[in-house]
Design a protein around this ligand. Structure first.
Ligand code: PEP
Ligand code: MG
Length: 603
């Protein structure tokens, strides 16, 4: 896939082309103009406004200013009045309430006709630069306080922010991008994405791949190296970013990169079941994101929904959606899946995603109050979700999947909540359905307890993204440890084997639904381990079908036996690579080895 305009239209001064090195996280080539996005928690950028919108924008700023002041007062009041921390917040309030700050911000909104977020950034950046230039270290460090105040204002503005509008084909550069930002920009023909950090399995890049937006990550100090308006060429195949590319570079890169999609005709005829050469049926499910991509997935041969991450609704509604909104969304998903069933996962959020104030954030969100732990601790929103799922399940085949389960007690607690909410709804004369209950198997604890868990569950989803993260103790979003995130580690293979075999013994459906399931290179190993259901993004379907229909189950068992004997991840990878090259080289090319760091095998 190539996004953006014709290479030769991008002229740059001879010799000004520079290369930045990054890691590819979504395949494709993009060329276009950069738009930088700032802010860690609240992401914003420069939006021009019309003259008649100026007064409303200033009013919006004033409301946010009041909210930020209230927030600072609350934080200060919560602390001992004599403490240093309280004094700091008093000082923050003094800066915030200094009338020149607001006067400057409002005047920039009016004069430059820009959104309040950008005006706050411009003026607070000025203050920060002045503080940073002070020779006295003590005063110089006050710039951090201004940063904090800027953050408070941005957070307060976040309540009703301007929808982001970008010119078609723009390339976003940001420190990190949140999934909701990508979702918002993806519908506006975003050309590509460059970030400083993020990992292959982060939700943002899962979404980028789903929306077919080329993306690279791992560019250090990105926002100091590119600015809005720069032209870049982004190669999502090998991760290179060309700043001010010369026309000849653009043409050369475009010419050498294969299109991301393999033509449908290369895969098995649609409409047929997806079977290996020796007749083993493999169900391809779709990870549901938006209705249009599900319809496309169904056209490509997917059956049923293997995973709907309901926290997307949280992102879409900028907070917890209400019961009625959820019923509507789950009914729609159930209707799409029909008798092939829809697996809807309950909110898999972390504390930091729902609480803005840093003091209440978990130090280590992946190990903190996340997934089912958060739902059971703050039950109000979870109960709303369960009520919605019970009502949406009337005459619909829905499986409710619980994220981050570590043992049987959590399943029992969820069943109790189901029973209580069912009773309460029935007492009110409201009709309820009977959804199945399943769990994400993604913690080593769940792997060890798999037999007991299967006693209590109707189905399971194997979340390989988190299973690799937690089995190997590697933060899936941390760029610096990306080399340790090895999906073919012998411990990961042992975990997969144990879970898939335990489910098969009891005839309990098990869907592999992490990124491994959509990476053609891993598919023969998953099949060899016994997987019969794989759930993936729409763009993986054709490539995965091509692999499944081109190999024999018997051969995949042979591959499995060989890799299970390997003592190290290196030997697993080299064994698998050699096996694939020897038997199935014709089915693979560089692009279908995505997610696997080994050298490319040519098709
Ligand atoms: C997983 O962990 O593999 C998974 C499918 O869920 P998520 O990526 O949303 O954590
Ligand atoms: Mg997970």
């Amino acid at each position: 896939m190539t996004k953006g305009g014709n290479g030769s239209q991008f002229r740059s001064e001879k010799g000004s082309e520079t290369r930045l090195h990054a890691r590819p996280v979504s395949r494709g080539v993009a060329v276009g103009q950069v738009i930088t996005i700032h802010g860690d928690n609240k992401q914003f950028y420069r939006t021009p406004i019309r003259p008649e919108q100026v007064d409303r924008e200033i009013a919006r700023y004033r409301t946010a200013h009041k909210a930020a002041a209230r927030q600072l007062t609350q934080v200060g009041n919560a602390l001992e009045s004599s403490s240093n921390s309280a004094a700091i917040f008093d000082m923050h309030r003094a800066i915030l309430e200094d009338s020149t700050l607001s006067e400057k911000i409002e005047s920039v909104i009016a004069k430059d006709r820009i959104n309040a977020e950008w005006a706050v950034k411009l003026i607070t950046d000025e203050y920060i630069a002045k503080y940073r230039a002070i020779p006295d270290e003590h005063f110089r460090d006050r710039y951090i306080d201004v940063e904090d105040i800027a953050d408070q204002l941005q957070t307060a503005l976040g309540g009703k922010r301007h929808p982001i509008r970008i010119p078609r084909g723009s390339i976003i550069a940001a420190k990190e991008l949140r999934p909701s930002t990508i979702a918002e920009l993806g519908s506006q023909h975003l050309g590509g994405i460059i970030t400083e950090s993020g990992g292959w399995t982060s939700h943002s890049f899962i979404l980028a791949r789903e929306l077919e937006i080329p993306a690279v990550t791992g560019v250090r100090k990105l926002l100091r190296r590119v600015k809005t308006g720069d032209t870049v060429l982004l190669d999502g195949f090998d991760g290179t970013v060309f700043l001010n590319p010369e026309g000849s570079t653009v043409d050369a890169i475009k010419a050498t990169r294969r299109p991301a999609r393999i033509a449908t005709a290369e895969a098995a005829p649609l409409g047929e079941l997806t079977k290996t050469l020796d007749g083993r049926e493999i169900k391809i499910r779709a990870n549901f994101d938006i209705a249009a991509s599900f319809r496309h997935a169904r056209d490509l041969g997917a059956r049923g929904i293997g995973l709907f991450r309901s926290e997307y609704l949280f992102n879409r509604f900028k907070g917890f959606p209400g019961e009625a909104e959820q019923i509507k969304a789950y009914r729609e998903i159930g209707d799409y899946a029909g008798t092939d069933r829809a697996r809807i996962r309950t909110f898999d959020l972390s504390l930091s995603q729902i609480v803005e104030r840093s003091a209440r954030r978990d130090k280590n969100p992946a190990l903190g109050l996340r997934g089912i732990r958060l739902s059971l601790t703050h039950q109000k929103h979870f109960r709303t979700q369960i009520r919605a799922l019970l009502q949406a399940s009337v005459e619909r085949e829905i499986d409710v999947i619980i994220p981050m389960v570590s043992g049987v007690d959590e399943i029992r607690a969820v069943r109790t909540i189901f029973a209580e909410e069912r009773d309460a709804l029935e007492k009110r004369g409201i009709e309820v359905g009977d959804p199945n209950l399943g769990a994400m198997i993604e913690l080593p604890a769940a792997v060890f307890a798999i037999d007991q868990l299967l006693e209590e569950l109707d189905c399971i989803c194997i979340g390989t993204n988190d299973l690799v993260q937690y089995t190997l103790g590697v933060d899936r979003d941390n760029e610096t440890v990306a080399n340790w995130f090895r999906s073919l580690h012998p411990s990961v293979l042992a975990a997969l084997k144990r879970v898939i075999e335990a489910a098969a013994k009891r005839n309990i459906p098990a869907v592999v639904c992490g990124e491994m399931a959509g990476s053609p290179f891993y598919v023969p190993i998953l099949l060899g381990l016994g997987a019969t259901e794989l759930s993936m993004n729409v763009n993986s379907i054709t490539r995965v079908r091509r692999v499944i229909t081109g190999i024999a189950y018997e051969e995949s068992r042979e591959l499995r036996d060989r890799v299970l004997e390997c003592p190290t991840v290196e030997t697993v990878e080299s064994t698998a690579r050699a096996f694939v090259a020897e038997r199935w080289g014709h089915l693979f090319n560089g692009e279908t080895l995505v997610g696997f760091k080994a050298p490319v095998i040519a098709s």
